[in-house]
Design a protein around this ligand. Structure first.
Ligand SMILES: Nc1ncnc2c1ncn2[C@@H]1O[C@H](COP(=O)(O)OP(=O)(O)O)[C@@H](O)[C@H]1O
Ligand SMILES: [Mg+2]
Length: 342
C-alpha cells in the first residue's frame, strides 16, 4: 500500500509562537487520519501546509506522491479542502456554487452540471439545490462546502473541523456524508476536537498538543489508555446487584464493578447505544428494576488527562476566572478520572 500523505519534521513558527514543533504524519492511501487536538494545537497549520497554502520553516511533505514544497500546483490538482474556510458564495444557489466550481476546474459545461446534480443528491441537498445558499442551515452550508471540495474528484481530501459549531443533528448528517466518502476509498485527513468524531470516522488517530504529537494509534488503542466507554447504572434493589452483574457481563468487554452503597454497576462496553438498549431489555427480562442508566464516553479531555495529567487547554482566555471551583479537573470528569483506576 502506498502512502497518500507523508510529512516529516514539519516546523512552523509565527514570530515567537512555535505552532508546529517537528510533526511526522503518514496516511496510507484510502485511509482516514484523525488529527485530534484542542484549539491552538496546530491542526489548521498542518492542513494549510499540506494543502500548499502556507510555507513550512522546516520539514518535507508529499501528498498524492507529489512534493508539496517543490510542486504546489500539482498538489493542488490532487486535493480537496473543506472546513473552516467556507468557500461557499452565499448569493449563489447550491447548484450554482457547485457548477461554478466545476467550470473553474475545466470540467466543461455538461460535466459541471452533471457533477453538481450528483453531489447535491449524495449530500442530501437536492431539495435546497435552487435556493441561495445564504438560506441554508449551518449544517447544509458545511455539506455544500464539502461537496465543493469534491467536484473534481480529488484522491486526497482535507477536512478541517468539519462539524465544529454544528448542532447534534447537523453533526450526525455530516458524519453520514463523510462515511459515504470514506466508503468510496478517498484518503482523508480530518481534524477535530472531538474524540467521538475521530473514533467514528478515522482509521488512525494522532493526538496533537502545542504543535507536537503526544499520542498515536487506533481509537481502540487510545481508549485503552483512557479506560474506554462505560455503562453506568443504578438498580432499585441492592440485593439484585449480583444478578445484574451476571446478566450484563456477557454484553460488556470487561468485568463489571459493583458499588453496593450506590446500588450501582459500572462496566466497560463497546457497543454504544445498542448495548444500552440490550442491557435494559436484559434487566427487564430478569425483573431487575433500574433507577438510572447512562453511557459515558471518554472525551478529548479524558484523553488529555490520561496522557498529560492535565485537561485539554484552549487558547488562553484572558477573562477566565482564576479557579472555576473544580481545580484542574473539571467537575464532570472528576468521577471518570477516579474510575480510570478501577
Ligand atoms: N497567522 C498566525 N499568526 C500568529 N500565530 C498564529 C497564526 N496562525 C496560527 N497561529 C498560532 O499557531 C498555533 C496553532 O494554531 P492553529 O494551527 O490554528 O491551531 P488549531 O487549528 O489546532 O486550533 C496557535 O498558537 C495559534 O495562535
Ligand atoms: Mg483550526
Amino acid at each position: 500500500m502506498t502512502d497518500a500523505i507523508t510529512a516529516r519534521g514539519l516546523v512552523k513558527r509565527y514570530k515567537d509562537v512555535t505552532a508546529l514543533d517537528g510533526v511526522d504524519l503518514t496516511v496510507p492511501e484510502g485511509s482516514v487520519l484523525g488529527l485530534l487536538g484542542p484549539n491552538g494545537a496546530g491542526k489548521t497549520t498542518i492542513v494549510r501546509i499540506l494543502a500548499t497554502l502556507l510555507p513550512a520553516d522546516a520539514g518535507t511533505a508529499h501528498v498524492a506522491g507529489v512534493d508539496v514544497f517543490a510542486k504546489p500546483r500539482e498538489v493542488r490538482r490532487r486535493i480537496g479542502l473543506s472546513g473552516q474556510y467556507a468557500a461557499v458564495d452565499e448569493y449563489l444557489t447550491g447548484y450554482e456554487n457547485l457548477e461554478m466550481i466545476g467550470r473553474l476546474y475545466h470540467l466543461g459545461v455538461r460535466r459541471s452540471r452533471e457533477r453538481a446534480r450528483e453531489l447535491l443528491a449524495s449530500f442530501r441537498l437536492e431539495d435546497a439545490a435552487d435556493r441561495p445558499s445564504r438560506t441554508y442551515s449551518g449544517g447544509m452550508r458545511r455539506r455544500l462546502d464539502l461537496a465543493g471540495a469534491l467536484v473534481a474528484d480529488p484522491p486526497v481530501i482535507f477536512l478541517d473541523e468539519p462539524t465544529t459549531g454544528l448542532d447534534p443533528r447537523g453533526r450526525a448528517d455530516m458524519w453520514e456524508v463523510i462515511q459515504g466518502l470514506v466508503a468510496g476509498g478517498t484518503t482523508l485527513l480530518l481534524t477535530t476536537q472531538y474524540l467521538e468524531e475521530a473514533d467514528l470516522l478515522a482509521d488512525e488517530i494522532v493526538v496533537i498538543d502545542h504543535g507536537r504529537i503526544i499520542a498515536q494509534g487506533t481509537a481502540d488503542q487510545l481508549k485503552l489508555q483512557v479506560g474506554g466507554e462505560r455503562l453506568d447504572l443504578t438498580v432499585r434493589d441492592p440485593a439484585r446487584l449480583e444478578d445484574a452483574r451476571a446478566a450484563l457481563e456477557p454484553l460488556g468487554v470487561g468485568r463489571a464493578t459493583l458499588d453496593a452503597g450506590r446500588r450501582s454497576l459500572l462496566m466497560p462496553v463497546d457497543g454504544g447505544a445498542r448495548t444500552l438498549t440490550e442491557a435494559l431489555r436484559t434487566l427487564d427480562a430478569a425483573g431487575i428494576v433500574v433507577d438510572d442508566v447512562g453511557l459515558r464516553r471518554p472525551t478529548l479531555d479524558d484523553v488529555f488527562l490520561a496522557l498529560t495529567g492535565r485537561p485539554a487547554e484552549d487558547e488562553p482566555e484572558p477573562d477566565r476566572p482564576p479557579d472555576d471551583g473544580a481545580g484542574p479537573v473539571r467537575a464532570d470528569h472528576g468521577r471518570h478520572a477516579v474510575e480510570g483506576g478501577v
